[in-house]
Design a protein around this ligand. Sequence first.
Ligand code: KIV
Length: 281
Amino acid sequence: MSVHAAVDGPNGLGGSSRPVTIHDLRAAKQRGERFAMITAYDANAAALLDELGVPVLLVGDSLGMVVLGYDTTVPVTLDEMIHHTRAVARGARRALVVGDLPFGTYQDGPSQALASATRMLKEGGAGAVKLEGGGPMVEVTAHLVRAGIPVMGHLGLTPQSVHQFGGFKVQGRDDAAADRIVADAQALAEAGAFTIVIEGVPAELGRRATEAVAVPTIGIGAGGHTDAQVLVWHDLLGLTSGRLPRFVKAYADLRSEISGAVKAFVSEVADGEYPGPEHVY
Ligand code: KIV
């Protein structure tokens, strides 16, 4: 069995060597096939994830928090996003690379969004962009789609609105807020969004939003009923320090692995054990 088959099944998103398209993702939902999206920020990780058959790589603006050391995603710039998206695009052969539009680069309306998204595709090499929010972002999405740019929506706990939310808080807890998120999901799908990330909402709302749209929903902290799931690379691998949100499952403890390796190197250098005869020209 190939690695691709092990990840996604023989005939599914991981079963072919041609590049993954937005149409493949929609077809996966129609087949009832769930898939994973993982964030990536550099060429090395992108090449590995691609080789493993992960169909969608998101160059998230979480870049700001997990790579660049910001407290929120708000300070991330379009140049920073393009720099890392280009690296991921260089590493990926078949995965669909989605570049996040950072805060302040699309909220002004359709023409600002089109200029930013165009840079993300032309300079970053992305195959699609992601943007946060419903309401006025529905028209922005429709404008980009009309221009031929695939758009991934993002609803619920949209991190670029952290200051408005008063922290990274679960959204859609009351009926009115939940109904608004479902209506936004429908409006984004009608505007042409090819997938919608649903973040930080009760599981029941994740289910409602998923059932309300024909395009795949990609959940993060939105329960088990969404069509796909996304995790941040650093969280998935146990590289993040401090308290993790409840929805995170670390599938490895790379922080400990790395600590062990670094300590061994430092100590072998101090003891003169490294380099050994086998490492010397
Ligand atoms: O920026 C990001 O990585 C994201 C995902 C967590 C959905 O938006």
